[in-house]
Design a protein around this ligand. Structure first.
Ligand code: 4NP
Length: 156
C-alpha cells in the first residue's frame, strides 16, 4: 500500500494544526499504521515560524496523552501542494487562503478537515488563540472526531 501524505493547516501553526497533527499521529501509532502515512502541519501565516505549539495546546493535548513536543511552526510552501495528498484546512479562511495560493492542478487536494467529522454540528475548528474558556478542549474534541474519520477513509 502506498503512503498517504497529509498536511494539516491553520493560521499560525501553533494551536489547531499542531493539535491535529499530534492527535492524528497518536491515533496512527495506536493502530500501528505509521508505515501508511506521512503527517505534518503548517500555517498560512508566518508570525510564529520556528516556535513550538502554544503552551495551552500542549497542555490540553498532554492531558489526553498526546505529545506535541518536537513540533515547530512553519508556513505553507508551494511544494506542499504537489507533495501532500490531503491538505486539510481548519477553517474557511484557511481554505480560501490555500486555494488562492495553490496551483490550479492541486486545488482539489484542499479540503475542510471537519468534512471527516460529519456527525459534528460544526464545519470549522474555531480559533482558540484569543479566546478563553474551553476553546482548546473544544478544538481537540473536533480534531479527534475528524482524525478518526480521516483514518477510517485512509484505511478503507
Ligand atoms: P492557530 O491559532 O491558527 O490555530 O495556530 C492562531 C495562532 C496565532 C495567531 C492566530 C491564530 N496570531 O494571530 O498570532
Amino acid at each position: 500500500m502506498s503512503i498517504t501524505k497529509i498536511l494539516f493547516v491553520c493560521l499560525g501553526n501553533i494551536c489547531r494544526s499542531p493539535m491535529a497533527e499530534g492527535t492524528f499521529r497518536h491515533l496512527v501509532l495506536e493502530k500501528g499504521l505509521q508505515h501508511l502515512v506521512e503527517i505534518d502541519s503548517a500555517g498560512t501565516g508566518a508570525w510564529h515560524v520556528g516556535e513550538p505549539p502554544d503552551h495551552r495546546a500542549t497542555a490540553t493535548a498532554l492531558l489526553r496523552g498526546i505529545d506535541l513536543s518536537g513540533q515547530a511552526a512553519r508556513k505553507v510552501k508551494q511544494q506542499d501542494f504537489e507533495h501532500y495528498d490531503y491538505i486539510l484546512a481548519m477553517d474557511q479562511e484557511n481554505h480560501i487562503n490555500l486555494t488562492r495560493i495553490a496551483p490550479e492542478e492541486y486545488r482539489h487536494k484542499i479540503r475542510m478537515f471537519l468534512e471527516f467529522a460529519p456527525d459534528q454540528s460544526e464545519t470549522e475548528v474555531p480559533d482558540p488563540y484569543y479566546g478563553g474558556g474551553d476553546g482548546f478542549e473544544h478544538a481537540l474534541d473536533l480534531v479527534d472526531a475528524a482524525s478518526r474519520g480521516l483514518l477510517a477513509e485512509i484505511e478503507g
